[in-house]
Write a protein that binds this ligand. Sequence first.
Ligand code: 0A1
Ligand code: ZN
Length: 884
Amino acid sequence: MKSEHPKPVLLADYRPPEYLIDTVDLDIALDPIKTRVVSKLSIRRNPQSKITGKTPLKLDGELLELESISLNGKKLRRPAYTVSETGLTIPAPPKEPFTLEVTTFVNPEANTALQGIYLSRGVYCSQCEAQGFRRITYFLDRPDVLARYTVRLEADIAMAPVLLANGNPIARGTLAGRKRHYAVWHDPHPKPSYLFAIVGGDLALLASMFTTRSGRKVDLGIYVEHGKEARAHWAMDSLKRAMRWDETRFGREYDLDVFNIVAVSDFNMGAMENKGLNIFNDRLILASPETATDANYESIESVVAHEYFHNWTGNRITCRDWFQLCLKEGLTVYRDQEFSAESRSRTVQRITDVRQLRALQFPEDQGPLAHPVRPESYIEINNFYTPTVYEKGAEVVRMIETILGREKFRAGMDLYFDRHDGQAVTIEDFVACFADASGVDFTEFMRWYTQSGTPELVCDLTFDRRRKAAELTVHQTLKPSPGKAKKQPQFVPLAMALLGENGKEMDIAVEEGKEIRPGVLAVTHHTTKFRFGNVTSRPIPSLLRNFSAPVNVTIALSDDDLAFMMHHDSDLFNRWQASNKYASRSILAHLDAKRPKTLIASKASKFAAALEHALHDSTLDDAYKAELLKLPAVADVAREKAVRVDHAAIFEAHRAFSCAVAEKLADTLDEVYAHTSNGVKFSPNAKSAGRRALRNAALTLMTMRGTGDDYARLEAHYRQASNMTDAAHALVLIAGVDSPARDDVLQDFFERWKDDHLVIDMWFAAQAQSPRTETLDEVKALCAHPLFKITTPNKVRALIGAFAMANPLQFNRADGAGYDFLAEKVLEIDALNPQVAARMLGAFRSYRSLEPKRKGRAKSALKRAAMATRLSRDCREIVSRMLE
Ligand code: 0A1
Ligand code: ZN
């Protein structure tokens, strides 16, 4: 690790590779501290690259111990090659195709960065995206070099009876002495090095079968720790449903005879789509009613689907370079969101996705880490696996669908798969398919990929009763962000309706302004005007229906208007949006009010009345009602406030409002809580989960009152819980209050689950999220707990991550101690795992919107981190962008 200032990589500097690699033969002899990798590469000049004469071959390589190199069977000696910390160069390779054979060693046990080959609880595994393959062997480690791989793996039978790699298995056997064995795998599909993977370990298998629509029989396997096989059934079920869904919705079939998933405990991210061999963080595979929450079940379903969908969007068609990351990620998130929407409730899925986008992506887009969906420069590519590339990237794809409609969108996707199968392509190639399939011009739309920032749409609606006409003016602003002062207006598909006095959508005529499709307006300029005829009464505007674009919309609406929308809006997303807006606006009003108590009482009682109406509406399902009952979180209100944020004041206002709403709704909440009580056998399906979500949302709100009865109910909820959803929900609530049962319950949970490394993460997180003043001291003490391990990313995320990202009150303590703690821990983690450390720094992303004192303290903590002598490239990049 060095603390130099490396030069950024620029999109504008992209050049095709000078050499291509057609085949890769790897022989990997696994050993905990000295794994030997023999790589045989067939290399030729790239006809598309304009190279002439002697062009050096530069292979990437990091942290490799080189033993020998030979070219066309002849051993090379220096100066026929040179080696540096970043790679191997052959200054004058032959002009004709040649074979290069290189032997290197790596040390899996010492690999705490978890990139390349490492050991996770005794299991050898690998992670190559984005640039981990260069930590296995010397290579052209870039996504536009596609090769066919054959891999021979060798290991101790006792330590690694299971040996897996990409593609199909072709041979296996035992070596003389019977202590070691080998397996050979061949992947017929050319792939970039980032999709390479191997696994070796003593793992249990849950096996199943899938027959594709054209009749290919696929062996499905999920490998997990022994004894955990039963917890892999939900993941297997999700996988099969995802495979079928991709056939019916996008016409995509699986293309190998085997599809394996391996669950490992040490993993930097969620999961990885390696061809035919997905590797998962075990928290995204293992689930049982006793050990996993409904939220865990949901993420397992969506991530298993996400990684599977990458087989077409990412693997068969991959990225030309890492700037195009959203080509595979935005598109695949869009696909997994659609899959979840069709497996569950579409509206609830949309609400969940939008909550997530606003909570994670909007702050990123408005702060120092803002970057376009397709960035133009990076120092460390691992820092760009962001909510902007993933979630905003998915919104951009969704807008294409909104603009074209389902059918033409599908025609564009079909063309994309036809035209680019087997290639490494760009966003331009992707968008051209939609333009070509539909005849629609996407030139202006491309700005969504190149301009960062969340557009603000300030709207104004006037009504002319005499002429039965209304006029909507939309002013669009896009604030400057790092590296881009002036921006052009975005092309925004604005789905809308005008609601009449009876609450129904009016049948309006668009007389001025462009309609993309009925009910979807084209907002194209800094100021765009629309005129509607046939407006028979004062209209209530329902704008940005179903959240048709990743923007913020402001329009003057009274509390009564919002209550009206909560009753009537036929767009259920906007009905929820109205309720959410009403609540956050009331909490914000409390902050500036002269007589906050009176104000809150009146706001809360009107809001509670509107909520009550919805809770009694039999046409709405439980999951949706739960979304209504979940008031905006403190962090959501802080985001709305946007400037001079004081989390302590917001927390108090939030508490006062929630408590007042809970008091007004007392009877209804009692009724909901009783009505949704358990008794039915556990099922992870959407309906049962919705019922639990509603009950738990009611419990949360009731607990806000903090009476003895409320705490007694809470404790009983924990003690009587028959599944982890209820138990974990109660645990988080109890950990957050000074209830007499708190210590007992935490102890009980610990005793029950101390041997389950995934469940114990919930115990760490519950304490780290507590808004009590003691939390920071407790978190510091927990860092020394025997079950906490700083080298395990899940533990770091459960304790330090939950404190920094999910505890706005205590992380943002007025004395700055939360910031100091995080900065100190980040430095400690950075020395072991830079990727995880850099992600933790994301907790500072909105520090500039804090009130001056907190802002100053956060900035000092960042500055101290910046001065550290040994800072990874990952953290150095984040800290300097934050301090720019
Ligand atoms: N492509 C994966 C995400 C991923 C990226 C980098 C990793 O390195 C540790 C791991 C996974 C996905 O989108 O799921
Ligand atoms: Zn992905």
